[in-house]
Every structure is written in structure tokens, then in C-alpha cells.
Design a protein around this ligand. Structure first.
Ligand SMILES: Nc1ncnc2c1ncn2[C@@H]1O[C@H](COP(=O)(O)OP(=O)(O)O)[C@@H](O)[C@H]1O
Ligand SMILES: [Mg+2]
Length: 253
């Protein structure tokens, strides 16, 4: 069958073959495959099914049809409150399915750890695009709910992007948290900063150690962009915290 390269990845060469995708397994593939099997047993449609390894040693996963938001220009609707809340809701479903399982170990849940619009399949719902599945599960690992929530807020709300003001950012973060039904938001801004810092250090140290994908990522400006986003959140930390704690947004947004 013909192999069609899929756009939007960074580390991996991913191809579509019929109704499947084929991709090189990540370093912790055993864990990821167990996770995908668990999600299949629970009947959760938010992740691709895992169908084993092909003759070339590649993972065989379901191709999930829809819009993957990897390109620079994206429909504005992806940042609507309703769409962001739906991302938060999908994340909540995933976390709840893993809480208390052997895969979560002694942590709250399994975290995806690489959530971004680039790793999300959206479909038209009638009321606009909505997330239907997360892909690219290579980095999934036991963790705390807040880590994935923080990562989602950073990546889907466009924190630190030119043109995203603090009131708009806070409103988008609120939408994600409302969708997730996150009650305690007090540690969220700190978690975003911690996570951004950890990502930047991770890219830089792996690039220093010569990992080819991380060298390319750093050289494409990714570490500098993450630092810029961290600086933006750090500069607006007090205002964001106040706005998330319930200060009225209507005058500002
Ligand atoms: N299961 C899937 N269903 C549909 N498209 C997929 C699927 N897996 C990957 N893709 C497409 O391939 C691209 C790269 O895949 P991804 O797993 O994110 O690789 P990378 O690890 O390189 O980021 C995605 O942006 C998406 O467009
Ligand atoms: Mg990806």
C-alpha cells in the first residue's frame, strides 16, 4: 500500500498507510503501548488505537481523520472559550481514566506531557472546531494533573505570543480550567513557569548532549521561544494570578 508522509511532526517521520499511521516508537514505547491499550479497553476515543509493530519496526496506530493544528496560521475558533474548554474536558477524561491505575504508579495520573494544538486532532462539531483526540503519546508518563493542565494553558492559550494580552491570556486559561473543572487554581501560574523552564532546560541539555532532534529543535529557535514565553508569564505573574482568582475580566478582555 502507498505510504503518504504526514506533515506537522518534528522528531519523527510519520506516514499514513490506509487507515493507519506508522511511526518510529519512542524511548518508552512499552509504557505508551500499555497506556494506549488501557484507553482502548476503556473505550476512550481520544487516542489512537495501537495495532502492534510492522515489519519495519514501526508503530501501527489508527489514523484519526480531522484537522491537526500544526501550521502557523490556524482558524481563530481554536482559541474560542468553547474550544479551549473542550480541550480541558478531553484532558480531564484522559486523566480520570488513568487515576489509580498501575500505569500511574504512585502519582495522581498518567500525563501526556506533550499536549499542544500540533498534537491534537480537531473536527467540525456544528458549533465550530472541537478537539476529538490527542496524538503523539511518546512522552506520556506518571505525573500530576496540574502539569498537563499547565502545559495545555501555555500551548493552547498562546502565552507569550505577540498580540496576546494578559486579560485575553487569563480568559483563555480560565476556559481551559473550567473545561477541566480545576477547582484549586492557586498553583497554576507557578506550574506554568516551572513547566516552561523545565522544557527549555530539557531542550538545551539534550541538544548539548548531541541528540539530533533536540539540536534541530534548539537551532530552530525553540529554546529561545520557550524562554521568551517564560519571561512573559513571569512578567505578568501577579496580574494573571489575580485574574485567575476571579477578578472581573469583562473590562479588560
Ligand atoms: N494517529 C494519527 N492520526 C492522524 N494524524 C496523525 C496521527 N499521528 C500522527 N499524525 C500526523 O502526523 C504528524 C506527526 O505525528 P507526531 O506523532 O505528532 O510526530 P512527532 O513526534 O514528530 O511530532 C501530526 O502532526 C499529524 O498531522
Ligand atoms: Mg507531534
Amino acid at each position: 500500500m502507498t505510504e503518504v508522509p504526514l506533515p506537522g511532526g518534528f522528531g519523527n517521520t510519520v506516514v499514513r498507510v490506509g487507515d493507519t499511521v506508522r511511526r518510529t516508537p519512542g524511548e518508552r514505547a512499552g509504557f505508551v503501548h500499555e497506556l494506549l491499550r488501557l484507553l482502548e479497553r476503556r473505550g476512550w476515543p481520544g487516542a489512537p488505537r495501537f495495532h502492534g509493530i510492522d515489519d519495519e519496526g514501526r508503530e501501527v496506530l489508527d489514523f484519526i481523520a480531522g484537522h491537526v493544528a500544526w501550521a502557523r496560521e490556524q482558524p481563530a475558533g481554536l482559541r474560542s472559550d468553547a474550544c479551549l474548554a473542550a480541550v480541558g474536558g478531553l484532558l480531564r477524561e484522559f486523566h480520570d481514566l488513568t487515576a489509580g491505575t498501575a500505569l500511574a504508579g504512585d502519582r495522581e495520573v498518567v500525563c501526556h506531557n506533550d499536549l499542544s494544538p500540533k498534537n491534537t486532532v480537531y473536527r467540525e462539531s456544528g458549533a465550530g472546531l472541537r478537539p476529538v483526540a490527542f496524538i503523539d503519546w511518546d512522552l506520556a508518563a506518571p505525573g500530576d494533573r496540574l502539569h498537563d493542565v499547565a502545559h495545555v494553558c501555555w500551548q493552547y492559550a498562546g502565552l507569550g505570543e505577540p498580540g496576546t494580552g494578559v486579560a485575553v491570556a487569563a480568559r483563555r486559561i480560565r476556559a481551559v480550567c473550567d473545561g477541566y473543572r480545576l477547582t484549586d487554581r492557586s498553583g497554576l501560574v507557578a506550574a506554568i513557569l516551572w513547566w516552561q523552564d523545565r522544557c527549555r532546560r530539557g531542550i538545551e541539555s539534550a541538544a548539548m548532549a548531541g541528540e539530533p532532534a533536540m539540536v534541530r529543535l534548539r537551532d530552530s529557535g525553540a529554546a529561545a521561544r520557550v524562554r521568551g514565553a517564560w519571561e512573559w508569564v513571569a512578567a505578568h505573574r501577579a496580574a494573571l494570578t489575580r485574574l485567575l482568582e476571579g477578578e472581573e475580566l469583562s473590562d479588560l478582555a
